[in-house]
Design a protein around this ligand. Structure first.
Ligand code: ADP
Ligand code: MG
Length: 685
């Protein structure tokens, strides 16, 4: 059978069954996988130094011939192999401990390349130039050296895979299979951007001639990754744009009435995004819009306006929240916001009893219900909507896109508004959500005070509680968030909500109502607790992260986070966003004995800034895009070479080229290999 890139790796010289298995641990199964397994860095061993110029402490590469082999067994379990090399300008020794088997690899009179650091100690002691454990390679033909005497690739490894052998295996793969690699990018794009062809680029990633070669290769491959991503999302966007959606008519009277009844005026950012949404809703295209706004920026009222518009047009509005508590909150919130409108609102969650559910279901089907609030339960197969006009999805970015497909299959083409408090930089949003239009609320309602944030060690607990008592006495309410529900034997240092509740309810907060809330408390009870907290009948809420997003009680002005080092930046920011929701001064106290560098940095950032954008950027930097976005969800794992943080130029170029390609209806026939890559991504995203 003719060799092909889809061959299993064991077809490569040097790869037996054992190595196949180990390579599989690195997700390398086919030859193509291996060719696209790129180095994480390079070592420049391309400059050859004359031995006479080598100074102690210097790291360098030498080309020299073996003049002497010395082997000493010092003790039973300790031996030294010392090989002397000469390049006619001087002598240098390679020294190996307990590696006697290397004796056979060297022959007197033969030439080798040798890299490493010249020992300072041996120079002081013996005035000899020695390298301990040098990298070496026999010099047969200059072109075949892999480990030294050139720019050397350094690959990420796993157990049982070593650098030297992997370099050899990849070199073997390149020799046999690189000629089979076929270009996937159009020629005109290569020419225009002066990109190397695919073969040159793959070679340039593994065994570059020089750093320019490596750099151009990386750029080309990064561009390619971006382009494939963009082609996918822009095609999606185009397909949506080609379909006819619902054309809402502006319901001026009701909208004006709603705005007049609000006890605040929209910020100018809110006004702007509302116009953007209106324009989409009033066009006959399908809206697919991402609304980005920091916690507390007032996204809910924008959702309400949009939902009112659809309902007033005679369609059903659907609002999906990520958790039951939030669905419940929004339900109450919307009931209040729409109390003067003849809008029939229902809540549908997983914990609804069968009979009640049936009733809601039929109300949805026959359109007696206008506005449906719920969790994922909103999109189960059984539910039939009468005529949905708008779906709003809170904090579930990708999910929103999936739902759009589900609804489309059901024959509906409602508008879609996805809301997120994750303030990702615009260029990244363009890549990740290229199929969505973007609206940003970049302003908080007036009068908001910065949430004063403190990081305190555990031994300051007494002081902290005294502070809390003064705030309680002033009529404020408090959240205390713990990382665990109940004490854990494995994690004895972590505060659990139950334990803290026991300590506080009869202790220092004896005079106040203290409640416990976490995910294993029954829905009905949770609901009651939240309602009481909202009414101020409970003053202290001891919770887990169930209250992470969306809870909105403006008299609650203090957030205490136990073991704050356990939480990620995004989570801390979300949690803190539960306070500072009115004009009263709010506080956030991070309790932590953090030791690790990264944890300390996180806490410092929280103390320093309230700005969600800055926090997101820091988070990205600390964790990298993969962790930040959750790789699987976004196909970011396919960005092996491209760097979302630094490759802005390439990203912009790829977007232009993707748009230009899509303008040509025939691009998939003209560039079938590119089209195939895009298809593969589609399956994953
Ligand atoms: P988020 O964007 O985090 O979902 P919310 O929509 O929950 O924020 O709004 C936070 C709080 O700010 C709510 O109590 C809301 O009533 C209030 N709010 C929203 N817009 C304004 C505004 N323009 N002026 C004053 N308060 C506002
Ligand atoms: Mg919200």
């Amino acid at each position: 059978m003719a060799a092909q890139l889809a061959d299993e790796v064991q077809f490569i010289k040097g790869v037996g069954p054992r190595w196949s298995e180990r390579l599989a641990n690195l997700d390398i199964k086919t030859v193509a996988d291996l060719l696209y397994y790129f180095p994480r860095e390079y070592e420049d061993r391309s400059q050859i130094t004359e031995i006479r110029f080598a100074s102690p402490g210097q790291t360098a590469t030498f080309k020299a011939k073996v003049i002497k082999i010395d082997y000493h067994r010092i003790r039973n379990n300790f031996d030294i192999l010392k090989i002397s090399f000469s390049d006619d300008t001087g002598v240098i020794n390679g020294v190996w401990f307990n590696q006697s088997y290397l004796r056979d690899k060297f022959n007197e009179g033969e030439y080798y390349l040798l890299s490493g650091k010249i020992s300072e100690k041996n120079w002081r002691k013996y005035k000899s130039k020695d390298i301990n454990n040098p990298v070496y390679e026999k010099l047969t033909d200059q072109n075949s050296v892999l480990n030294t005497g050139r720019i050397v690739p350094v690959y990420p490894l796993t157990e049982g895979i070593n650098q030297r052998r992997l370099r050899k295996v990849i070199a073997n793969a390149l020799k046999k299979y690189l000629p089979l690699v076929k270009e996937i990018l159009p020629d005109y794009i290569l020419e225009k951007h002066k990109f190397p062809d695919l073969k040159t680029a793959i070679l340039g990633m593994h065994y570059p001639k020089n750093f320019t070669h490596q750099n151009r290769s990386r750029q080309r491959l990064a561009f390619q990754e971006f382009l494939i991503f963009q082609l996918y999302s822009l095609a999606e966007k185009k397909a949506m744009a080609a379909q006819t959606g619902i054309q809402h008519k502006y319901q001026e009277n009701q909208i004006n009435q709603f705005l007049a009844e609000l006890d605040f005026e929209l910020t100018s950012a809110q006004k702007r995004v509302w116009q953007e949404i209106r324009q989409d809703m009033e066009s006959n295209r399908i809206m697919a819009r991402l609304l980005q706004g920091d916690v507390g920026s007032g996204k809910t009222v924008i959702a309400a306006l949009s939902l009112l518009e659809t309902v007033a047009n005679g369609y059903q509005g659907i609002f999906m929240a990520p958790t039951e508590i939030l669905a419940e909150q929004h339900y109450l919130n919307f009931k209040e916001l729409f109390s003067d409108f003849a809008i029939n609102i229902e809540l549908i969650t997983g914990s609804l009893k069968a009979a009640a559910r049936k009733e809601v279901e039929s109300g949805i089907k026959d359109s007696t219900i206008d506005l449906i609030i719920g969790t994922h339960a909103l999109f189960q197969d059984k539910l039939e909507y009468y005529n949905p006009g708008l779906v709003v999805i809170d904090e579930q970015h990708r999910f929103g896109v999936e739902q759009r497909h589900t609804l489309k299959e059901k024959g509906n083409n409602p508008d879609l508004l996805i809301m997120t408090a994750t303030p990702i930089p615009r260029s990244m949003a363009m890549l990740l959500y290229g199929d969505l239009d973007l609206s940003i609320i970049d302003e908080l309602p007036p009068g908001r005070k910065r949430i004063a944030t403190f990081w305190r060690r555990k031994n300051r607990r007494k002081k902290i509680y005294q502070f809390l008592l003064t705030k309680l006495a002033a009529g404020r309410q408090i959240y205390i968030v713990c990382p665990l529900i109940e004490p854990s034997e494995e994690l004895p240092d972590l505060k659990s909500a139950e334990q803290l509740y026991q300590e506080l309810v009869k202790g220092i907060f004896n005079d106040y109502q203290v409640a416990l809330i976490h995910s294993s408390i029954k829905s009905a009870e949770k609901k009651e607790i939240m309602e009481k907290f909202r009414q101020g009948k409970i003053q202290v809420l001891i919770a887990t992260t169930v209250i992470e997003v969306g809870v909105d009680v403006s008299n609650a002005t203090i957030m205490v986070i136990e073991n704050a080092e356990r939480f990620g930046l995004a989570q801390l920011h979300q949690l803190r966003g539960r306070v500072g929701r009115g004009s009263k001064q709010s506080f956030c106290i991070l309790i932590s004995d953090a030791q690790g560098q990264e944890a300390k940095q996180r806490l410092d950032i929280m103390v320093k800034t309230n700005d969600g954008f800055k926090i997101a950027e820091a988070d990205l930097e600390l964790r990298g895009p993969g962790e930040f976005f959750g790789t699987r969800q976004h196909g970011i794992a396919d960005l092996k070479v491209a760097n979302l943080m630094t490759d802005h130029d390439l990203l912009a170029k790829s977007r232009q080229e993707a748009a230009a390609l899509l303008d040509n209806n025939n691009w998939q026939n003209k560039y079938p290999r590119l089209a195939e890559r895009v298809k593969k991504l589609e399956v994953k995203v």
